[in-house]
Design a protein around this ligand. Structure first.
Ligand SMILES: *Cc1c(COP(=O)(O)O)cnc(C)c1O
Length: 490
């Protein structure tokens, strides 16, 4: 065998060895049917399955099955997936997931992801994936319309709200031309209810040393715009450089919506970049009731909203909108010799994700939102969000009737409450209560601190949560309080 023949021989052998990576139609069908069957069984179990089972031991079984040279049987892998992944910890797709900010995971999104993965379209640059980029931009323009942004606002579909906040903070930094030496005097304004991802974004963006002013809030945890104005003026008089205000449209803890219009007036008159974190509350703009309370959001410079919260998508989709396209572009533009074919030197308006975000090659995120949104239309999404607003109000009423002390009427779909026991420390009692609910597992609630008190919260946002789930949560709460009071009295 000549050298050339030996080379060809080796290439052919390797091609045969790699063949499992290219299944034919029959093989594709065989594995697809098994996986789809497995997913259907999951969905069938879901309504009755616990919302929470800790079972950390079961998750560790994954560590005993590491990649090896040879194949493993699909049914064994799916069984491990079930026992170690599906049945451990929180089930975010469960109707009983009433903690943090849930979403649920629309089934049609999984099919959108399937198409994105099968086609493997490149959504980074318009030249390579004109349709993929267009699809993402259509969705961003739709969101821009929802919050009253102009059609030419820029945006990006991100993996979630944290990265979306980071992208906005970096755009703000560039728009204000902040250099490292400016940072110690560049003041940021926010409340103690602002999401911690904003703090993290500031730190990652090199703004860790920028002074923060925690602006006072009212009894419903909303920023006081007069206090903001006084704080900005004081800082300016002291020779500092106020530049960024971070407002919330739906705080994670209690769903508080800051007075967006009034904050916008302060931001505009003082030349601040105005960012609104609407990761949780943004899509409630679909509901006429809330739309009114979001007025002023259109005056912001950047806004973040999370389809994996307010549009019920599976985890992995946030969005950021920036009114000034040039600011977003300045912060994220790129160039490299090997990309020279892909860059359109004539393009006046950069609109490729790679030029407007930190990513180059990325998940084609469009179809997971595009498919359900167009397939069902916006109507069912609006109805589902309105239902959640009413469920939170219903819960708030009923839990008060059960004798709980409640927080203010829910502004969105989060209600806070606590039990004040006849005797003993209320914080300790409510800590035991939340633990008892986690051990029970039928529904999953979380806790937080409001005004220094340990409180429980119910957040209605997965699309599968309906009246029966809320009634179940109320029954469980009544049961657990009775048990704990009996123990305490014993
Ligand atoms: C959830 C949330 C975030 C963070 O979003 P992720 O998608 O979890 O990264 C930021 N801000 C608010 C108000 C949120 O509710």
């Amino acid at each position: 065998m000549s050298d050339a023949e030996a080379l060809i021989d080796r290439i052919r052998r390797l091609e045969r060895e790699a063949r499992p990576l290219e299944p034919g139609a029959a093989e594709r069908r065989a594995i697809r049917d098994v996986v789809v069957h497995h997913a259907e069984a999951f969905l069938e179990r879901l309504p009755e399955a616990p919302a929470f089972e800790e079972r950390a031991d079961a998750a560790r079984a994954l560590a005993r099955r590491v990649p090896s040279e040879g194949p493993a049987p699909l049914h064994e892998l799916l069984e491990l997936f079930r026992s170690a992944v599906e049945d451990t910890g929180l089930k975010p797709s469960s109707p009983g997931h009433l903690a943090y900010i849930p979403g649920g995971g629309l089934y049609a999104s999984s099919l959108g992801d399937y198409l994105a993965a099968v086609t493997d379209e490149y959504a980074g640059i318009r030249f390579a994936g004109p349709g993929a980029v267009e699809m993402e931009n259509v969705l961003l323009r739709w969101m821009a319309g929802l919050v009253g942004y102009p059609r030419d606002a820029a945006g990006n579909l991100t993996s979630g709200g944290s990265i979306a906040n980071l992208v906005a903070v970096v755009a703000a930094r560039e728009a204000h031309g902040l250099r490292a030496a400016d940072v110690p005097g560049a003041v940021v304004y926010l409340t103690d209810q602002a999401h911690h991802s904003l703090e993290k974004a500031l730190r990652i963006a090199g703004l860790g040393e920028a002074p923060r002013r925690r602006i006072a809030t009212d009894a419903r945890q909303r920023m006081d715009p007069d206090a903001l104005q006084r704080s900005v003026d004081r800082d300016r008089a002291a020779g500092l450089r106020p530049w960024l205000v971070l407002a919330s449209a739906g705080t994670t803890d209690v769903g508080a919506i800051d007075p967006l219009e009034a904050i916008g007036r302060v931001a505009r008159s003082r030349g601040l970049w105005y960012h609104v974190d609407a990761a949780y509350g943004g899509f409630f703009a679909l509901c006429p009731d809330v739309r009114e309370r979001l007025r002023g959001i259109e005056a912001s410079d950047s806004v973040v909203m999370d389809p994996h919260k307010g549009l019920f998508l599976p985890y992995g989709l946030g969005a950021v909108l920036v009114k000034d396209r040039a600011a977003l572009h300045r912060a994220h533009r790129y160039s490299a010799d090997y990309m020279q074919d892909a860059v359109d030197p004539g393009a006046q308006v950069p609109d490729s994700p790679a030029e407007l975000s930190p990513e180059l090659t990325k998940h084609f995120r469009g179809p997971r939102l595009w498919l359900p949104l167009l397939l069902y239309g916006v109507g069912p999404f609006r109805a589902c969000l309105e239902e959640k607003l009413l469920l939170a109000r219903y819960f708030h009423e009923r839990v008060r009737e059960l004798g709980f002390e409640v927080g203010p009427e829910p502004q969105l779909s989060v209600a806070t409450f606590r039990w004040v026991p006849a005797s003993g420390d209320p914080d300790a009692f409510n800590r035991s209560l939340v633990r008892a609910i986690h051990e029970d597992g039928r529904v999953f609630l979380s806790s937080t601190r409001v005004d220094g008190h340990f409180v429980l919260r119910v957040a209605a946002l997965t699309f599968r949560t309906h009246l029966d789930t809320i009634d179940l949560a109320l029954r469980i709460l009544a049961e657990k309080v009775a048990e704990l009071e009996a123990e305490g009295g014993a």
